[in-house]
Ligand binder design. Sequence first.
Ligand code: FES
Ligand SMILES: [Fe+2]
Length: 381
Amino acid sequence: MVFVPTRGDNTLRFGPDIPNTPFKPGVVPAAWYTDPERFDLERKYVLNPNWQIMFRSEQIPNTGDHYVWQGQGETVVFTRRKDGTVAGFHNICQHRGARIVRNAGCGARRFTCPFHDWVYDFDGNVIGVPDKEDFDQEKLEGLKSPTVEVDEWGGWVWAVLDGPGVAPPLLEWLGEDILTDLGAYQMENMYLKEVVTWDVDVNWKVIIDAFNEFYHAPALHHIPPQDVKDGREMRIFEFDHHAMMVVPLKGALPKLQENPDHQSVAICHYTIFPSSVFNNNPEHLQLFRPIPISHNKTRFETWELWYKSDDAAYLERTERHWEHLKIVVGEDVWTWSDIAETSRSMYYKENVYNDREGKIPFFHNQVNDLIVEGQKRDAAK
Ligand code: FES
Ligand SMILES: [Fe+2]
């Protein structure tokens, strides 16, 4: 038996009384993608102080298993503690700044910096210093690498790089709509099938945009006219800072009209602010996740999750669909080389979006609001 996600008693997301989109047409200035100074503002006010997905819980199942995450100029070590929770600290040796841990691994008891053998516990506390007596003892007192706030939900490890007490608790941040709607897929019971990575020369938000609308599908992905028509029946929702899009599965619009169980009869996209987009098919799903490197360099990862099953038919059709999807995602990646070329032009001024692309300006305006609020807060200090 293969698990099939279902709406159950959750909110209705499809039907004649539900409008296509809550958004109006919008505009985003080109500089929001191309300005290197803006990227540093995004790191400070948007990415570092908010919850982001780091990796799968199943990648560190046992005590001492650890994962090194690198992105947006930061490097962080996550380790499974003895009590089953996950610890996280910035991977910066407090002696002279070397990376303490270079690779993921299993069963560590402590971490030793390769430069001069300083020793750290799972929480980043300095617990060993060779020739300790030669140092200013006051400097060593309570020394630790900064803590990262960590939690787990949906089988994913999430983190706030700025540390504890900066963002609301994870479940509060995700909110009831995401917890119930995305939660219906029971991602904690899925497993990681594959991660596909592309290094691309565009801003990280170009990738968020690419998976936030269906408007490009007819031209770029050459979908047939009936699917284009059915695609216009999509529904879009905004949940505070996150958003969602329901697109009928190929050929399944009549079924969806009859039984509006969006989880089992549609593709559901969930944009989890600020840096994750889920593309949920009923039988398997993808996380599209840009990891910003600089203002115009991004590591783009697609994480593929499957349900646990030994049903040969499920495995065969899911494999076939996933292989097809990798080609489709490759088409999206291909368009970014054009955006990389034009992003330096002095004549590239702004993007304009229709109402069905409304999730995009909605997303960018939230990024902008956080920057403006953060700058105001800092100026008032
Ligand atoms: S830089 Fe890590 S021990 Fe010296
Ligand atoms: Fe696409």
